[in-house]
Ligand binder design. Structure first.
Ligand SMILES: CCCCCCC/C=C/C(=O)SCCNC(=O)CCNC(=O)[C@H](O)C(C)(C)COP(=O)(O)OP(=O)(O)OC[C@H]1O[C@@H](n2cnc3c(N)ncnc32)[C@H](O)[C@@H]1OP(=O)(O)O
Length: 289
């Protein structure tokens, strides 16, 4: 498995430093707990997102992420991935607004297609995906958590999570809305989406957009212990079940991909939408701590 060195703040750390292969050296042990510990350790891959400063989804970052996910998916050693952020400011600030502001329709088309690709790859992944959300997570930044099998959020008031698109004057696509509805239900989604709510940790847990809230320094260890539970289930049974539950939602995007791209491009190309996105970006740049 390649270890990609971060280039100009862009990169993915795919496992902690360890033995030659990056994993802890194999140990010859017979105690059940040690055997099972090494078994799950070997089966899961940590994936740390690093696109400084806020892990926003640039086209380049999305493309690299898809390539890395594909490699992990095809490497039969791995049964699960814990996805976390290696950027102190955010888990992910979502769509990189510079990709959808001031560009041309061909660029918007390419960008949206790649974002759809990432969503499909994650939503239908055969691997167990756990999001270890250690920073704020807004709008498109929820794409990874909402397509994961389990979400753990750091208990920090800055760690807001939600689909806040309406606050930018845009509307979340149906394939962001559908997983949210599947996770938190119809009424709570209506409320959250229309108001563009960003939930602080306690409310996020209450509404169900995350499964667990823990102190920030316990996010990773909690993710590992949750992964152990999920990996205790035989893959084929879990994968069939996941596919059965998720396929109808995924099929909607597969079936309507081209129309969805056309809708996005015509919507995002409107002058009024461009103006409100530019204002939002300018406001972000003014609101420095
Ligand atoms: C029909 C379909 C319609 C379209 C559907 C589109 C669906 C998806 C939409 C999206 O995802 S839009 C993006 C939504 N994201 C947000 O609202 C989050 C915005 N960011 C923040 O709230 C904060 O930056 C933060 C993540 C909470 C971090 O705050 P902090 O104070 O620590 O850092 P900042 O100074 O705010 O940010 C640092 C740096 O990063 C720039 N930046 C932040 N977010 C983005 C972004 N999404 N895209 C591009 N750039 C971003 C920010 O402007 C700062 O830049 P500099 O001033 O340092 O140059």
């Amino acid at each position: 498995m390649p270890h990609l060195p971060p280039a100009q703040g862009l990169g993915f750390r795919m496992r902690p430093s360890g033995g030659k292969s990056g994993r802890p050296a194999a140990r010859s042990v017979h105690g059940v707990s040690e055997v099972s510990a090494s078994w799950w350790w070997w089966s899961q891959a940590p994936l740390q997102l690093k696109n400084l400063p806020v892990n926003s989804f640039s086209l380049e970052f999305l493309t690299e992420l898809i390539i890395n996910l594909e490699k992990l998916e095809n490497d039969k050693t791995f049964r699960g991935i814990i996805i976390t952020s290696d950027c102190p400011k955010a888990f992910s600030a979502g769509v990189d607004l510079r990709e959808i502001c001031g560009k041309n329709p061909a660029h918007y088309t390419e960008y949206w297609k790649v974002l759809q690709d990432l969503w499909l790859r994650l939503y239908l992944s055969n691997l167990v995906l756990i999001s270890a959300i250690n920073g704020p997570c807004a709008a498109g930044g929820c794409l990874i958590p909402l397509t994961s099998d389990y979400r753990i959020l750091a208990d920090n008031p800055k760690c807001l999570i939600g689909l806040n698109e309406t606050r930018l004057g845009i509307s979340a696509p149906f394939w962001f809305k559908d997983p949210l509805v599947n996770i938190i239900g119809h009424r709570a989604s209506e409320h959250a989406l229309q108001l563009g709510l960003l939930f602080p940790p306690a409310e996020a847990l209450q509404v169900g957009i995350v499964d667990k809230v823990v102190p920030k320094d316990q996010v990773q260890s909690t993710a590992l212990s949750v992964m152990t539970q999920w990996l205790a289930i035989p893959d084929h049974a879990r994968q069939l079940t996941k596919n059965m539950i998720r396929k109808p939602t995924a099929d909607l995007l597969v079936k309507h991909r081209d129309t969805d791209i056309q809708n996005f491009v015509s919507f995002i190309s409107r002058d009024s939408i461009q103006k409100s996105l530019q204002m939002y970006l300018a406001k972000l740049k003014q609101n420095k701590d």
